[in-house]
Ligand binder design. Structure first.
Ligand SMILES: [Zn+2]
Length: 285
């Protein structure tokens, strides 16, 4: 299997042959950076962990060269950071028992260029071989350009597949800007109450980012806990961890569907929810 970037790589944690490793895929997530998979796709990682029938494949689109650095890593060059981040992502793939990990190694500039097809082709090539039932990527209202760029390229890649070969479900997950704002009926909630130890381990391998000054490990676990408690204002907590997602399936099932209009529908329903409450409370606008 050949991807565009010369240093792209397919890493198989358990060392079996490539066709066997990819052929067992059931869940596949495409993320922008090293550590995004573990923040946004904890649900499929946990679901596939120690399973014989379900296997998780992770794909990281960018190279990690421009990562922020501090502390132990302060004096690292871009090349050294590239090595460290790639090593950390592979550690997570081992800890999480991924079926495979694809490192596409694109510079962010490829992703921010809407006309650049290289990442789309790489993602499509992986999808064609892995044939996941469920596909995860970033959500379309994330506030990081590279994240939304990866989501758009992932949607384009899934749309390029023949209709029968497309994933049955596609979800946009939360990293930068969570999805608590969505109307409750629109929210897809993944219960990640189980194995907090494993979730913490997956987040904890990213020492260069955490020591580098961002407690993504604590913040991500805290967000999962907060979602579980604040999701429903009545009743007791039945889950202790929830990750929210946006259903992107209609955009892949119908390649003609307008993407901007689709996300605007979510924003419109949020605005409606706020407005209807005011009306109920007697505030006339
Ligand atoms: Zn990211």
């Amino acid at each position: 299997m050949k991807f565009h970037q010369p240093d792209s790589e397919l890493f198989i944690p358990d060392g079996i042959t490539l066709p066997a490793a990819l052929g067992r895929t059931t869940h596949l997530a495409v993320a922008a950076h090293q550590d995004d998979l573990e923040i946004m796709a904890a649900s499929p990682i946990l679901e596939c962990f120690q399973s014989r029938e379900k296997w998780f494949v992770g794909a990281v689109v960018t190279d990690g060269r421009g990562s922020p650095r501090a502390g132990l890593y302060e004096k690292y060059t871009d090349e050294e950071m590239w090595t460290v981040r790639r090593k950390e992502q592979k550690k997570a793939a081992v800890v999480g028992e991924y079926a495979a990990l694809a490192l596409f190694d694109h510079p962010s500039s490829h992703i921010k260029d809407g006309s650049d097809q290289k990442a789309v082709e790489d993602i499509a090539a992986l999808l064609r071989v892995c044939k996941p039932q469920i596909l995860y990527t970033h959500n379309l209202a994330d506030k990081h350009d590279t994240h939304v760029g990866v989501a758009l390229k992932t949607i384009a890649a899934a749309r390029a597949l023949p209709a029968a070969g497309r994933p049955q479900k596609v979800f946009g997950c939360e990293v930068w800007r969570d999805l608590d704002w969505m109307a409750d009926n629109d929210k897809v909630g993944f219960d990640v109450s189980a194995q907090e130890n494993l979730q913490a381990a997956l987040l904890g391998v990213y020492d260069s980012q955490i020591t580098g000054g961002k407690r993504y490990d604590l913040a991500s676990m805290g967000r999962r806990r907060a979602h579980a408690t604040y999701f429903a204002s009545h009743g007791v907590d039945t889950a202790t961890g929830i990750i929210f997602a946006m259903d992107l399936t209609p955009l892949v099932a119908d390649p003609q569907r307008d993407i901007a209009e689709y996300i605007h529908g979510y924003i419109h329903r949020f605005a409606q929810d706020v407005a209807e409450r005011f009306t109920r409370l007697g505030l006339n606008s």
